[in-house]
Design a binder for this molecule. Sequence first.
Ligand SMILES: C[S@@+](CC[C@H](N)C(=O)[O-])C[C@H]1O[C@@H](n2cnc3c(N)ncnc32)[C@H](O)[C@@H]1O
Length: 248
Amino acid sequence: MESSDAPASVAAHSKDVYETWHEQHEVDATADSPWHRLVQQYLNMPRDVTGKRVLEIACGRGGFTCWLARQPHPPSGIVASDFAYAAVKRGQAYAREHKLDDISWEVGDIQALAHPDASFDTVISCETVEHVPDSRRAINELARVLKPGGRLFLTAPNYMGMLGLYRFYLRLRGRVFTEVGQPINHFLLLPRTRSWISRAGLRVEKVDAVGHYLPFPGRPPIELSFLNNPRVLMRWFALHALIVAQKL
Ligand SMILES: C[S@@+](CC[C@H](N)C(=O)[O-])C[C@H]1O[C@@H](n2cnc3c(N)ncnc32)[C@H](O)[C@@H]1O
């Protein structure tokens, strides 16, 4: 479903699922998932972080936000926002316990951010636009709240590789692809995500991706890490994609 007029019942169901999901998981304090490592690699500390106003939207239980707040020269302010109250509550409790006080925690919808235009220097969103009813509207919102010159760091899956073929196979067999029970899983392709970002008024500066997986029904996929190199050739087919883009 790509429409912004998704039935309220879809949004309500999605919220319920995420509330339960976050209750069952701890804070991912190491922030070392493949997509977080990509963002860490491309964030330019003085330019994007130090003394800047940063939004992490769909922060989950806040592991990456807390990593950011722990940097030697951190942002002047971080807003950490997620759709699920349970996620925000967990992140906030963890931050309080570890004396990471310069984070504002809030519940928010990536498709309708409650912030004025041009209010952040840096906007980060990981592995979320594929899980909302209207991915393109979400990207437009990320662009709207960025200040001119500010940068977006967006990670999203790219189904141009083996996992995309696997999704086709499942569809042919009449089965539904799910990602750890998340209710919405759009079939995103890196060129299309990139074009949505450009059309939202941002200039794409970097595209990178890692992660090639051989999926098997009923079993965890096998990672083919040797395909990560040379990255320049294989990144268009890797699963975990990062786009860095600047607001014009
Ligand atoms: C796959 S998780 C990614 C979490 C985190 N960004 C990470 O990289 O680990 C997707 C996240 O999106 C949040 N989410 C789902 N729909 C949302 C929406 N409409 N607005 C904001 N966050 C949403 C979920 O609660 C969940 O935390």
